[in-house]
Structure formats: structure tokens, C-alpha cells
Design a protein around this ligand. Structure first.
Ligand SMILES: C[S@@+](CC[C@H](N)C(=O)[O-])C[C@H]1O[C@@H](n2cnc3c(N)ncnc32)[C@H](O)[C@@H]1O
Length: 245
């Protein structure tokens, strides 16, 4: 227990120190294009009262218009930042393995860009998330992929590749296995090539007017790869499933 508490403190302190640069770090056109495509994937599943797990500085509130929202997050500084940015939304400091909510409190639960990878007890974590979600509600989780674990073509700012905190980097099979108690589970990869494309465009000085729309279009077309290339080769992976009735 003490070891786990020390580990949580380490994660919390790390994200406290990252808070000031976090939003700027993830403000590149590539990141914003990824956010738009992740929002496409989530939109059909996210409804009613939504729990955001490892909410960071509140990115989900930027990506989707969610009326009834609660974000939980380990880092007090990230949580403060989220409250400043979205004063009408509900954010609190909590450990995702011990959610301070009654059973069946939420219609859906989302965890964006990595919190799942910080759990060394993902089965316990999933049971806790399932506890607070109503039967029939959707759960969407984004762990870090093996590509991130191998630091391949990540490009730019990333808290995921920080080596000091142990994390689990997922393959498609690992995520399907974790989510196997859910129904209609679907795992897909996001951004296999955009980083490479952007590096190429920059290296060739081809076009200084890269627009967000162009990148979003590139990624939407790339999603046709879903099912052809394993998501662990993508920069991000998202798994969605439904808690049974
Ligand atoms: C890469 S950030 C993602 C933040 C946000 N979801 C986003 O997409 O910008 C990972 C977040 O997970 C949080 N986290 C890690 N372990 C956690 C835990 N046990 N409970 C709650 N949050 C946790 C970290 O503090 C960090 O803010």
C-alpha cells in the first residue's frame, strides 16, 4: 500500500510540474487534428452524465460539448488549471482506482490519452469504472500504445515517454482482453502516418500553410486503416465497449 501511495505521489508530482507547459505542449496542429478525430469516435457513445478519468486540464470539455460532466484527476495543479479553464464544470482530485461516487452514478465514462497506462492494476481499475457506470453505459479508454512505449515517431512534447514512472504500453490484444467483460467492444488506432507526413512536408519545405482542416481530413481518411493495421502501431489507441444490462 505504501509503495502504491508513493507511486501515486510520484505521478501526481510529475503532472504538477508539467501543468504550466502541458496545454502549450499539446497545442500543435497534429494534436488538434487527433483531438478532432478522437471526438468523432467518442461522439456516438458519450451521453448523459459523463465521468472523465484522469481529466488532466480538462481537454475533453474542449473536444465535446458535455452538459453533465465530472472530471477526476490525481494532480492538484492540473485540476486547478481545469477549474480555471472551465469554471462551470465539476473537477476533483481523486485516484481513479477509488472513485468517490456511488454505484451507477454515470451514463458513460471516458479516459483520454493515457491515464489507463498509469494503472499497474488495470483489471481492478476497470471493475471500479464499471461499478460507477450504469448498465448499458459506454466506457471509452485510451492507453498508450507500444509505438509510444518504443518512442517511435512521437514528435514534439510528450509526457508519455517520460522514463521515471512505470507504465503499461498496450497492444490491440491487450486492450481487447482487458475490455472482454464489456459488450460490442471496438478497438481502433489513431494517427499511423500523420507525424511522418508532417515531418516530410517540413523537411521538403513544401508548404508552410498546413491547415488544421487538411490534417483532420488526412486522419479521417487514415481511419480506413482500422482493422488492417494493428492499433499498437498507431500513435493513439481507443477502445470502446458497453457495460452489459
Ligand atoms: C497524459 S495525461 C492525460 C490528461 C487528459 N486526459 C488529456 O487528455 O489531456 C494522463 C493523466 O492521467 C492522470 N493520472 C494518472 N494516474 C492517475 C490516477 N491513479 N488517478 C487519476 N488520474 C491519474 C495524470 O495525473 C495525468 O493528468
Amino acid at each position: 500500500m505504501i509503495i502504491e501511495d508513493e507511486r501515486l505521489s510520484k505521478i501526481s508530482e510529475f503532472y504538477d510540474t508539467e501543468t504550466d507547459q502541458y496545454d502549450t505542449g499539446y497545442s500543435s496542429l497534429v494534436c488538434k487534428a487527433e483531438d478532432a478525430v478522437v471526438a468523432d469516435v467518442l461522439r456516438p457513445f458519450i451521453n448523459g452524465k459523463v465521468l472523465d478519468i484522469g481529466a488532466g486540464s480538462g481537454l475533453l470539455c474542449e473536444m465535446l460539448d458535455i452538459k453533465d460532466y465530472v472530471g477526476i484527476e490525481l494532480s492538484p495543479k492540473m485540476t486547478h488549471q481545469a477549474k480555471v479553464k472551465f469554471p462551470d464544470k465539476d473537477f476533483m482530485v481523486a485516484d481513479m482506482h477509488h472513485l468517490p461516487f456511488a454505484t451507477h452514478s454515470f451514463d458513460s465514462a471516458v479516459s483520454l490519452y493515457g491515464p489507463l497506462s498509469y494503472s499497474l492494476d488495470p483489471e481492478v481499475l476497470l471493475e471500479e469504472i464499471k461499478r460507477v457506470v450504469k448498465p448499458g453505459g459506454h466506457i471509452a479508454l485510451m492507453p498508450y500504445t507500444l509505438r509510444v512505449g518504443n518512442n517511435l515517431e512521437i514528435g514534439g512534447y510528450s509526457t508519455a515517454t517520460e522514463p521515471g514512472i512505470e507504465k503499461i504500453f498496450y497492444t490491440e490484444d491487450m486492450l481487447y482482453k482487458l475490455l472482454s467483460s464489456l459488450e460490442d467492444t471496438h478497438v481502433e488506432g489513431i494517427n499511423y502516418f500523420l507525424n511522418t507526413y508532417v515531418s516530410f512536408v517540413q523537411a521538403m519545405h513544401l508548404n508552410s500553410e498546413q491547415s488544421l482542416d487538411m490534417f483532420v481530413d488526412f486522419l479521417r481518411r487514415e481511419q480506413t486503416l482500422a482493422g488492417l493495421v494493428p492499433p499498437e502501431y498507431a500513435r493513439h489507441m481507443i477502445g470502446v465497449g458497453r457495460k452489459s444490462l
